[in-house]
Structures are given as structure tokens and as C-alpha cells.
Design a protein. Sequence first.
Length: 324
Amino acid sequence: MKKLLIVSLLIALVAGFAFANGEGESADAATKWPQKPINIVVAFGAGGNSDVNARAIAKYLQKELGQPVVITNVSGSGGTLGANQVKEAAPDGYTILCSQLSMNVAKVVGLVDYAAEAFEPACVFSQASDEVLVARADTGWKTYEDMFNATLAEPGKYRLTSNAGASTQWIAVALTKAGAKFNIVPSGGSGERLKLLLGGHVDVIAMNYNAIKDYVDSGEFVILATDSPERPYNLPDVPTLKEKGVDCEYYYYNTFFFPKGTDAAIVEKFANACKNIIENNAEYAEFLEQQLQPKAYLGPAETVKYYEDELAHIMQYQADFQAK
């Protein structure tokens, strides 16, 4: 009996030492990190919302972390090219992905077999200016109903862009599910969508409000609805798609992800650096105001939950996303 007790105590001591040693190693890793430049891979093109926001906060992250923070754009396939690159990177804290909801859409569509669970989510660091459904004013449309009814009157005539595997594909699927009869035109990111609308190659696109505000103010474009869960504070008369019976609502949350297996203490240190900038940096607050963006931050655990909930929501439409 005494021998058994001694053995049990020894096992407990060894286990406790291993646990404490593991915690110590994690804390030590965070203390030493970073010791060289950090590369943030933006999964979308230069000049788009994710890129602009990543570059804005990276400027201050360099001061917070004491090392250069470099932005690399790896765009294509709805953000999956950049995501794949980071997914395969060493989990040493020096390669970070900047992406958003398109990560979930890409999995539902079947472009990839993973979503946020394949990474270590660090934080949501910005909420884009509300995304709106916008058309050229020369369509004569004034309301969402005008657009919807026009597609019913002449099925396939009016063209809507959709970037496969990105959030705009959700809009296209949801509008089609609601009965709209668009001709869906494949497109790239926000910059390409805007060019298509300006050139008259399509009739309707989804864009962040701050990117098309000048065109709306000049009377060239008209806003018909928003895919935000609530009416924007600065566009109180613009209805949500949900109000119109379209099951598509989300906030465009720009998010940082580390490769799976990155030390949790490093992820936490990076997330806290972002949080400090968002909450306390006056210059960064001015940037957000200029971009018509509210302050937004979700920590690691909250970010995981957000992506899990959104994935569960759109998974119910997987057959529609994959329909040819």
C-alpha cells in the first residue's frame, strides 16, 4: 500500500512538473517573440478592404511588437491561395493570414476542405464599412423591389457579380434562393467588381459603402440594400437583405489567423497588441473614422465562436453553393 502511494505521488509530481514546464516554455516563447520581421499574407488584392485595413494596423504593430511587419498580397480563388500558403507555413509566429468570411464560403463551395478550424484564430481586428448592394443609376431603379421585379420581368437580363468562394457568392446564392432571376457573372475582388459596374459590364454589385460613397453622392450609383445584420448607422434608410426575405446577413470582419500549432502565448500576445491599437491609438481611430468603419475587436476565443457560428449558418445552403 505504501509503495503504491509513493508511486502515485511520483507520477503526480512528474505530471505537475511537465505541465509547469510546458507553461513555462509557452511564456518564454511569447517573451522572446518576435525576433525577426513578421509577414502578414493578405488573401486578397492590393487596394481592397482587407488589404487597406491590414496595412493600416500593421503600421502600428511594428511599434507594438518591435519588429517590421510586412504585408504580402496572395490573391485568387476567393482567398484560398493565400490561406493555403499560411496553412502550410511553419507555426513559428512569423507568418499570419489576413482573411474574412470568405474562408467559410470557400469550404461550403468545396474549393477547400477546411475553414477557420485549420488555423489558430488570433482576432477580428476591423469591421469593414457596411457592404451594400449597389446598381448604376441609369437602371432607373430606386429600391430593392425595383431591382427584384426587373429580374422577374426579364429573367437573365440583369447581371450580378459573384466571386466563387468569397462572401459575394453567398449574396448571389441567397438572392437566387429568394427568387431573383439574375445572370450571375464571375468576378474577382472588390476592385474588379467596381470596374465591371463602372464599365457597364454588370448591373449590380456588392461593395463596401466607403468604396462607392462618392459615386452615390454624385448620383452615378444607387444603393438598394445592405447585407449587414442591421441598418447602417450612416444609412438608416437602406433596408437589410434580411428585411426583404433574403437569408444573407454578415459583418465583414477582417481577421488575423496563425498556422495551426502556433504557441497560444504568441497568438495572445499578437491579439493583445492589436487590441491596444484599436482601443488606444488616436491615429488609428482617425483612420477608422475616415473609412466609415466602427471600432471592432474580438479576441481569440470570440473569433473562434464567430467563425463556427457563421459556418453552421451557411452550411445549410451547401447544395445551393455547389449547384452548377
